[in-house]
Design a protein around this ligand. Structure first.
Ligand SMILES: NC(=O)C1=CN([C@@H]2O[C@H](COP(=O)(O)OP(=O)(O)OC[C@H]3O[C@@H](n4cnc5c(N)ncnc54)[C@H](O)[C@@H]3O)[C@@H](O)[C@H]2O)C=CC1
Ligand SMILES: CC(=O)C(=O)O
Ligand SMILES: [Mg+2]
Length: 627
């Protein structure tokens, strides 16, 4: 871990107003088509200049521009920095090595301490770098993504949110509260960047499986956007994490004197919606081409806001739509793992535990896929799906059946031997499902008895997906899954687990079924397409792209998803698939100087290269001061 990637003086520079040198990027895409080798294309490029409107100490205190001791002497003169730094100039590579050395020392010094303490210490050292020097921060993140994703993303981000008010040192992103009603249209102009491409928004009401964390949920948009920079190369000057603080129903937080959010119960009904409406209007007034990702909203608002905005604004709900695509890709992979043709998906019995935004999102997308494959109407294909929530099996006899779950509620006449509210063990024993998929947020709900019952599955390779986050909330651990359900399962979890040593020279492969494999590509592909909406077709293209990414050999070894180390590659492919779907649906209006006609004329390979060439990569650019 920790060797700086050989990726040279890259192609993309940062500056205030946008600065993706679009003509150049487009040329790069064309060069790609003419088979110029990757190394030749990039190795001789000199970073272009970056315009900065500040001077002196203001630059040192701005993490977008700060290079710490890395400012060359000529730049120190130009920018009024001479004397504000120790005289020796330290190269980017040396700074990188120094940071990694401190990180390794921290690992050594915290050995033996509890996981929580170690993870928070790691988060703090990364966060301090993030606050000081974003170029170096994103470079270490990109180069060490496998090690650092569990710190800046799930599971540690959950712990960070739980402790946010205590950990708070500096603000990051924007905070809109119920007290800002009527002010948002002007507040949005307080954000210092001229252009914003990607916004991740939460109201903190369902943070991972940790429940209502109020304003402390801001850690989630920050972590998601870090993944956008790392995986999709969205320029960090063009991202915006947002907290919509409409109060909290978490009594512990309301009573905590250090709690930093509004100390009032959550707004409900029209009052709530009027706040979200005002925010959306404000964002799209200032940045009409931005994309808003809704994240970790409690179910009722997740579905309601998706319906309300998806045809008005460029937005999507990651928990409903991103998760569904990732799960579907994994489910199709598990069909291939059994050596069956994909069309067999129409006959797989799937038990989904958790009837929330994520579980229902997965079922809806799976039903669409089966319907496409079998040519039957969606209603006819739902027979193979079994849905459970906290009260057990969901049937049409359920009192106060949620309308979003209703299409998947079983008719008691169709499920002989099972009853309304049947518990999970009963259901698994009776149904013998091919797939057991958890999105319940409840740790350990796939207990020994449930996992042992999966040994009787009708599948030759039963799939167990414990997708809830963070780690403590996973429906089971990887080790328990292989121990109790047998060695021939395929296993995936939402948060990372180590592969399992099966004790006979074999290894049980652990997949990470997390929406991180899709949302960066959905965002980047949509951005470059210039589409005003994100359609089901674009999301389906993203899922299909992920599903077809793995080779048969990988799949036979139980590997359903790519390694996180190749997240930029998979994101380029997914982004291209989304962009091409937007073109096919005639929604693509183009981005920058690349118009709809040029997008339409790109081959699949050119589109992938075009997407890749639009990924920002962290290098120090010469700073040029402009008043
Ligand atoms: N791996 C991934 O990419 C993703 C994972 N998730 C995880 O999924 C979980 C759920 O998220 P949402 O659906 O948005 O939450 P939600 O709160 O909308 O739904 C939770 C559902 O689980 C059910 N449930 C609660 N206790 C249960 C029990 N003992 N047995 C069966 N069902 C039970 C509830 O009745 C509810 O239907 C969270 O832990 C979240 O972190 C969510 C999105 C993406
Ligand atoms: C991964 C994710 O989006 C969640 O757990 O909510
Ligand atoms: Mg989420």
């Amino acid at each position: 871990m920790g060797k700086i990637s050989p990726r040279n003086t890259e192609k993309k520079q940062r500056s205030i107003g946008g600065l993706y040198q679009r003509h150049r990027m487009w040329n790069i895409a064309r060069l790609a088509a003419s088979n110029l080798s990757r190394s030749r294309r990039f190795s001789t490029a000199i970073p272009g200049p970056c315009i900065v409107h500040k001077r002196g100490a203001d630059i040192l205190h701005d993490p977008w521009f700060n290079k710490d001791t890395g400012f060359p002497l000529t730049e120190r003169d130009r920018l009024g920095l001479r004397g504000l730094l120790p005289p020796r100039v330290i190269s980017f590579e040396q700074q990188y090595a120094r940071f990694m050395e401190s990180y390794r020392s921290l690992e050594k010094n915290t050995r033996g301490q509890s996981d929580g303490i170690v993870s928070l210490a790691k988060w703090r050292i990364l966060n301090r770098l993030h606050d000081r020097n974003e170029t170096l921060y994103y470079r270490v993140l990109i180069d060490n993504i496998k090690n650092f994703a569990p710190i800046i993303y799930t599971p540690t981000v959950g712990l960070v949110c739980q402790n946010y008010s205590g950990l708070f040192r500096r603000p990051r992103g924007m905070y809109f509260s119920a007290k800002d009603k009527g002010e948002m249209m002007s507040m949005i102009y307080n954000w210092p960047a001229h252009q914003v491409d990607m916004i991740v928004l939460t109201d903190g009401s369902r943070i991972l499986g940790l429940g209502d964390l109020g304003v402390q949920g801001i850690g989630i948009p920050i972590g998601k956007l870090d993944m956008y920079v790392a995986a999709a190369g969205i320029n960090p000057q063009r991202i915006l994490p947002v907290m919509l603080d409409v109060g909290t129903n978490n009594q512990k937080l309301l009573e905590d004197p250090l709690y930093l959010g509004l100390r009032q119960p959550r707004l409900e009904g029209e009052e709530y919606l009027s706040i979200v409406d005002e925010f959306m209007e404000a964002v799209f007034t200032r940045w009409p081409k931005a994309i808003v990702q809704f994240e970790d909203f409690q179910m009722k608002w997740a579905f309601e806001t998706l319906q309300r905005y998806r045809k008005r604004f460029c937005m999507f709900n990651d928990d409903i739509q991103g998760t569904a695509g990732v799960a579907l890709a994994g489910l199709l992979g598990s069909v291939r793992a059994q050596g069956r043709p994909l069309s067999d998906f129409a006959h797989q019995k799937i038990v989904v535990v958790g009837a929330g935004s994520a579980g229902l999102g997965v079922l809806n997308m799976a039903a669409q896929a089966v319907s496409r494959m079998s040519g039957s109407g969606e209603a006819a294909v739902k027979k193979q799906f079994f849905l459970l929530d906290k009260d057990g099996l969901v049937t049409k006899e359920r009192k106060e059946l949620d309308p979003s779950a209703a299409p998947f509620a079983k008719d008691p006449r169709e499920i002989e031997g099972l009853r309304e509210g049947a518990d999970l063990v009963e259901v698994v024993k009776k149904v013998k499902p091919h797939v057991l998929l958890g999105l319940s947020g409840v740790g350990g709900v796939f207990n020994e008895e449930v996992l042992k019952a999966m040994r009787e599955s009708d599948s030759s390779k039963p799939a167990i997906f414990a997708m809830s986050n963070p780690t403590m909330n996973a429906e089971c651990t990887a080790a328990d899954a292989f121990r109790h359900a047998g060695e021939n399962i395929v296993f995936a979890s939402g948060s990372p687990f180590e592969n399992v040593d099966l004790g006979n020279g074999k290894v049980g492969h652990v997949n990470q079924a997390n929406n991180m494999y899709l949302f960066p590509g959905i965002g980047l592909g949509t951005l470059l397409s210039g589409a005003r909406f994100i359609t089901d077709g674009m999301l389906q293209a993203a899922a299909e792209c992920l599903a077809s990414y793995m080779t048969d050999e990988d799949i036979q070894n139980g590997i359903l998803y790519p390694s996180i180390n190749s997240i930029r590659n998979i994101t380029a492919e997914v982004g291209a698939a989304v962009l091409r779907a937007a073109v096919a649906e005639e929604l693509a209006e183009g981005h920058g100087d690349v118009g709809p006609k040029e997008l339409k004329n790109m081959s699949k390979e050119m589109t992938v290269e075009y997407v890749r060439s639009n990924m920002w990569f962290p290098v120090y650019s010469p700073l040029v001061h402009e008043k």
